[in-house]
Write a protein that binds this ligand. Structure first.
Ligand SMILES: C[S@@+](CC[C@H](N)C(=O)[O-])C[C@H]1O[C@@H](n2cnc3c(N)ncnc32)[C@H](O)[C@@H]1O
Length: 284
């Protein structure tokens, strides 16, 4: 699009109408994002190593009772959780559609001979298999899927789990999603950045749809040399704690437990939810 298209944009976006997410699966973007995942300066794409160590320790000791199992990580990024869990004796399958992240995860597994397999694909389409003792989706990605996708993903997770297996989610709190949608517009200029290697303007616009309880973020990347505008958008669905519990129960999970954070490591705006597939439940 060009600058005039930007000026003539729809003033207020309809929830789920403006595209999916930031371009995780774009190869060049994924290379740049990998640097952010691995950075020990911030917790933007993945948490820093010492925090992930504590999360993994909690998953292994508290959630799984110290028993190695088969783990499926949906949206595994560079395999920072799966690699650690494999070092503790778990067999892991990671799914992610970011090519640089999956390459990094596979290289780690090969170098260390870890029992990890990675599938480079959209989690909504990937064939993940069955018999897992733990299926997880961490670091807020849950809310970026539409309600229809969430429904299908929870069915997929349920089918992938062995009876008594655990589902572990780390979604956003209702307040955090709402706050995101109510954030004022902002802009910045960059010689290079996550969204482009070239000099550009970064424009961000946020919206909160009170009726559907959806936050929308629009990103406009304006190339300094050409004036061309690249547009991305992401939506986030807000759920209350009761709604999360009801959603999991409706998908056949029992014993839903809500934690104020994953592994006691406070992360503003996120909570952790664990639930089990009922023993004797049909494998889908
Ligand atoms: C915020 S990052 C978290 C990565 C990892 N869970 C962690 O905490 O280190 C979200 C990840 O989900 C992946 N992702 C998002 N939507 C996806 C989809 N539809 N299919 C596969 N991967 C997806 C992205 O590529 C990214 O690696």
């Amino acid at each position: 699009m060009n600058l005039l298209d930007l000026i003539h944009r729809t003033p207020v976006p309809a929830p789920w109408s403006e595209g999916e997410k930031i371009p995780w699966s774009d190869p060049a973007f994924s290379e740049r994002m990998l640097r952010e995942h691995l950075s020990q300066e911030h917790d933007a794409a993945s948490r820093r190593s010492f925090i992930i160590d504590q999360h993994v320790d909690w998953i292994y000791r508290e959630l799984l009772g110290g028993n190695p199992t088969r783990v499926l990580d949906l949206g595994c990024g560079p395999g920072l959780y799966t690699s650690r869990l494999a070092r503790l004796g778990h067999c892991c399958v990671g799914v992610d559609y970011g090519p640089a992240s999956v390459r990094y995860a596979r290289e780690t597994a090969t170098r260390e001979r870890l029992a990890c397999t990675y599938i480079e694909e959209d989690v909504r389409r990937a064939e993940v298999g069955t018999g897992f003792g733990l299926v997880m989706m961490l670091f807020g990605e849950f809310n970026v899927f539409s309600p229809a996708d969430v429904d299908a993903l929870l069915n997929k997770a349920h089918a992938a789990l062995a009876p008594d297996g655990w589902l572990l989610l780390e979604p956003h709190t209702f307040a955090a999603v709402r706050e995101e949608g109510l954030r004022p517009c902002r802009w910045s200029s960059h010689e290079q950045g996550l969204f482009s290697e070239r000099p550009h303007l970064y424009l961000e616009e946020n919206f909160w749809d009170e009726a559907q309880r959806v936050a929308t973020t629009r990103y406009y990347i304006v190339d300094a040399a050409t004036g061309q505008v690249t547009r991305h958008a992401a939506h986030m669905q807000a759920y209350t704690s009761d709604e999360y519990s009801a959603l999991l129960r409706a998908h056949g999970f029992v014993g839903v437990r809500l934690y104020p954070s994953l592994g006691g490591q406070m992360q503003e705006g996120l909570l952790a939810i664990a639930a089990q597939k009922r023993a004797g439940a049909e494998q889908g």
